[in-house]
Design a protein around this ligand. Structure first.
Ligand code: ADP
Length: 315
């Protein structure tokens, strides 16, 4: 089976119990929950039985141990997660506003995550991988940008594949080196997975079909557009497939895109038809939004199959 490698932050998430605005007053919190988009991604893939590892870093503290234990338990290769001797594990505080928007306080760049780079263990993991998944939000330091660049070159040189989820906020585009790093990722991408209007950050075209055609003409094999509560679309040179989302109560949207992405990449690496892969990925996304906690809603294949059966759809 093909092995996936991805890079990026591991954090603990601390969540406000009640909706509201910001953190300027004392409020009840729950957590710590294991989190970080790349960690959620690789956890979801491993739970489906796909071999995969994460190049990351945590502190030598309980938050780091919590994350490593969860990932290891779920089958992730944790050999390239560095345990930093002095810096603390990254953290993210989140509070939902009544309108569904979220307020975040991130401590990532100045945490142990700043040490993520091309360590000897990372090189070994890259060597063992067939597929690289790049997350735009993980491109937050020179060390990680350089490591992802190197992994892209090595994995492509030996015939491996690359998927890319930009997962990027507009203000991140102005970080030094970000545009070049995104351009290099896109140039080498086989499977591109933006959310909604994110695609237009990468194209001259301003209409969706034209934007997709522009990317396919540049050599990308397939584009998957995530559409939140509406579902997702797949495009390649043969055409387009749309698959509607499943109707569930949205409790916590954090991690839905990462769970969807990992389920889709896993199915794609297994050679599954796009319609079936979208259905499974939509199921993973729906399960993720219906559970509180960023990584608490990742699913095994058996859980996805049971969900699909309960919804009257088959895998
Ligand atoms: P991102 O978090 O990357 O922006 P989306 O919000 O588009 O990603 O969510 C990813 C996928 O998760 C969707 O394509 C869909 O399959 C599923 N999903 C998201 N929100 C819901 C929801 N409210 N109900 C059911 N499925 C959802």
């Amino acid at each position: 089976m093909k092995k996936i490698v991805t890079f990026g932050e591991i954090v603990v998430e601390i969540m406000a119990l009640e909706p509201g605005e910001g953190f300027k007053k004392a409020i009840p919190l729950i957590g710590p929950f294991p989190s970080g988009a790349p960690a959620i991604f690789i956890d979801q893939a491993a739970k489906m039985g796909q071999p995969g590892g994460l190049v990351s870093a945590v502190g030598n503290d309980d938050f780091g141990a919590l994350n490593i234990e969860r990932l290891r338990r779920d089958g992730v290769d944790v050999s390239a997660i560095l345990v930093h001797p002095t810096a603390a594990t990254g953290s993210a505080f989140v509070r939902y506003r009544p309108d569904g928007e979220r307020d975040f306080i991130f401590n990532i760049r100045h945490s142990a995550c700043s040490a993520i780079g091309l360590t000897a263990d990372a090189e070994k993991l890259i060597e063992s991988a067939d597929h690289l998944h790049i997350m735009g939000s993980a491109l937050f330091s020179d060390g990680i940008v350089a490591a992802i660049h190197e992994a892209t070159v090595r994995i492509k040189a030996r015939g491996g594949t690359v998927s890319f989820d930009p997962n990027i906020r507009k203000e991140m585009l102005d970080l030094p080196g970000m545009r070049q790093a995104l351009a290099h990722a896109l140039e080498n991408t086989d499977l591109f997975m933006p959310s909604g209007a994110e695609i237009f950050l990468f194209t001259k075209a301003t209409e969706e079909k034209a934007a997709v055609d522009e990317l396919l003409a540049r050599g990308i094999k397939a584009v998957v557009i995530k559409r939140g509560a509406e579902g997702a679309s797949y495009f390649d040179r043969a055409g387009e497939v749309f698959s509607p989302a499943f109707k569930v109560e949205e409790v916590d949207p954090t991690g839905a895109g990462d769970s969807f992405g990992a389920a889709f990449v896993t199915c794609w690496l297994r050679g599954m038809e796009p319609a079936a892969a979208l259905r499974i990925a939509n199921a993973a996304g729906a399960r993720a939004v219906s559970v509180k906690g960023p990584m608490e809603g990742t699913s095994t294949m058996a859980e996805i199959e049971a969900f699909l059966e309960a919804q009257g759809a088959s895998a």
